[in-house]
Design a protein around this ligand. Structure first.
Ligand SMILES: Nc1nc2c(ncn2[C@@H]2O[C@H](COP(=O)(O)OP(=O)(O)OP(=O)(O)O)[C@@H](O)[C@H]2O)c(=O)[nH]1
Ligand SMILES: [Mg+2]
Length: 446
């Protein structure tokens, strides 16, 4: 039913519309409106939709029927038609009646920012979980706007320009089908999430994790690829990554270190998508360390960081241990600005994901960070305990190893919870023992 009508035609050309009004969230001043507008431009570019002119109206209040005044709307429609646009894209959320009213006055197809983002998400979703999440969000978006879409559908379905009884009936039927679909997808999603959570629980006791989070297009996947020497889709597109991807950062350390790449954030993200993506971002919630990635070359870097912190706050993880990686240093040329930014953000790094040395430095830092979190233990294992020796060497990080008359002394680093599971308590070297005293001035000092 709605699938075809909902998707934006690729060959469409779009004219962009926005507003500055003190009464309107995210559009309170011209700077914010322009920033958001250039982002909308990028979103449409990601969808490969050609854009025409941009129009911003300054208003004290928002017109409840058409957002901007109807006079201005007519004016914009003329420009749009003259430049051969078939689509008006509003950089804000539109209600069903607003879509209907704007369509009627302009004679053009009308969509909002939310619709554009949903379309990108739908296009980029790869895993079954991401696909289901998008589909649910998309249907939830369509549901209250059905009548808005219907005038357009009506025409397609046989020229019913004005909605009559047939239209109402059709809408009611569509509503029912959509509600049923949402319920079915939600159940499917619940099962998928459950099995992923079980997997991540298993991983929890076997690995430590760092999650790359941050604004869309900041370079998270690029950093992940270079750090883990793998190949995850990295593109100059918004929301290239939609599902969490796990990769081994360092298989040599015990436990192994895993890096997680996550979906990017964006300002003014539709509420239903924030909700939908909470489950995808669960991997960030569970991570031991957050690596916030930020594009230092973007003039709106501060806004990107603000949005990132807000999303982390919404997820309840803004207090989690984190570092900030300022990426794309090759594109930012103001040296003084770079220095100031690094100084104002503690535990921050300046990198280019294309620079091998930078990536190596970051890699070492993250590995050392995890090792530093681990407990240190002094062990003495008699030679005859072969199984214990192999437990130590395959499950812990050995800092020092020295052989003695009756066995081997190990200084190891390992997370407390793993040490407990290994059953090595009996081999802890007591500070009162003769060997401990002998080693005190040499190896133990480290
Ligand atoms: N010049 C430059 N470009 C970079 C750098 N790092 C990444 N890029 C480019 O930035 C674009 C986005 O990179 P991604 O790694 O896909 O960004 P992302 O944060 O994963 O984006 P989403 O998945 O959309 O959230 C790609 O075209 C990369 O090639 C860098 O250090 N310098
Ligand atoms: Mg990505």
């Amino acid at each position: 039913m709605l699938d075809n009508e909902f998707h934006i035609y690729r060959e469409a050309k779009a004219t962009l519309v926005s507003i500055v009004s003190p009464k309107f969230e995210f559009h309170k001043d011209i700077k914010e409106t322009e920033r958001s507008m250039s982002e909308l431009h990028e979103l449409l570019r990601t969808l490969e939709i050609e854009t025409g002119s941009e129009h911003i109206q300054n208003r004290k209040t928002v017109d409840p029927a058409t957002i901007i005044g109807s006079g201005k709307l007519k004016e914009i429609s003329e420009v749009a038609k003259a430049e051969k646009s078939t689509l008006l894209v509003f950089d804000c959320e539109l209600t069903s009646s607003q879509i209907r009213n704007i369509k009627k006055i302009s004679g053009l197809s009308v969509i909002d920012r939310c619709h554009v983002i949903l379309e990108i998400f739908a296009k980029h979703a790869r895993t079954k979980e991401a696909k289901l999440q998008i589909e649910i969000s998309r249907l939830q978006y369509i549901l209250p706007r059905l009548s808005g879409f219907w005038t357009h559908l009506g025409r397609q379905r046989g020229g019913v320009g004005v909605m009559g009884g047939e239209g109402e009936q059709q809408i009611e039927l569509d509503r029912r089908i959509i509600r049923e679909r949402i319920e079915r997808f939600k159940t499917e999603l619940k099962n998928l999430v459950k099995s992923r959570q079980e997997q991540s629980k298993k991983r929890k006791n076997k690995a430590v994790t760092a999650a790359l989070v941050g604004y869309t297009n900041a370079g998270k996947s690029s950093i992940m690829n270079r750090l883990c020497r793998v190949n995850i889709l990295e593109e100059n597109k918004l929301f290239a990554t939609l599902d969490s991807t796990y990769r081994m950062l360092n298989p040599d350390t015990k436990p192994p270190m895993i890096l997680i790449d996550t979906v990017g954030f964006i300002s003014n993200l539709p509420a239903m998508l924030v909700e939908g993506f909470k489950t995808t971002l669960e991997s960030a919630i569970e991570a031991d360390l957050l690596i916030i990635v930020c594009d230092i070359s973007d003039p709106h870097m501060d806004k990107h960081l603000e949005v990132t912190h807000k999303v982390l706050n919404d997820l309840g993880i803004d207090e989690k241990d984190h570092i900030i990686v300022f990426n794309k240093k090759d594109l930012a040329c103001d040296e003084l600005r770079k220095k100031i930014i690094l100084r104002t953000h503690p535990r921050s790094f300046l990198v280019s994901s294309f620079d091998e040395e930078d990536i190596e430095g970051l890699r070492k830092y993250v590995i050392e960070y995890f090792l530093e979190q681990q407990e240190k233990y002094d062990l003495f294992v008699p030679y005859e305990k072969g199984e214990i020796h192999s437990k130590v060497s395959s499950n812990t990080n050995i800092i020092t190893r020295s052989t003695h008359e009756k066995g081997i002394y190990y200084k190891i680093r390992v997370p407390g919870f793993i040490f407990k599971n290994l059953g090595l308590n009996d081999y802890i070297l007591s500070p009162k023992s003769e060997l401990y005293q002998k080693l005190k001035d040499s190896v133990l000092k480290e």
